[in-house]
Design a protein around this ligand. Sequence first.
Ligand SMILES: [Zn+2]
Length: 82
Amino acid sequence: MDWMGRCVGNKVRRAMSEAEIGASGLARELGMAEGMLLVRLVAPSTFTVAELILVSAVLDCDVAGLLPCDPRRSICALTGCR
Ligand SMILES: [Zn+2]
């Protein structure tokens, strides 16, 4: 299941750079310790769905874009996710 954490971490990092928000800023908005956020961004840890919904609200993006790629597909939508 490590690919899932890697995939979600990649998507959140991409959304963070698009929103021009760093880890400290996002952690503050989420009310999450920055260390916890950094752990979440790296496999094998991953965000819970509730956390992803909050992340999407803070970053003003679609939560569906932060969910892991469909595991039934052989190739991840993001290069290097898997
Ligand atoms: Zn992916």
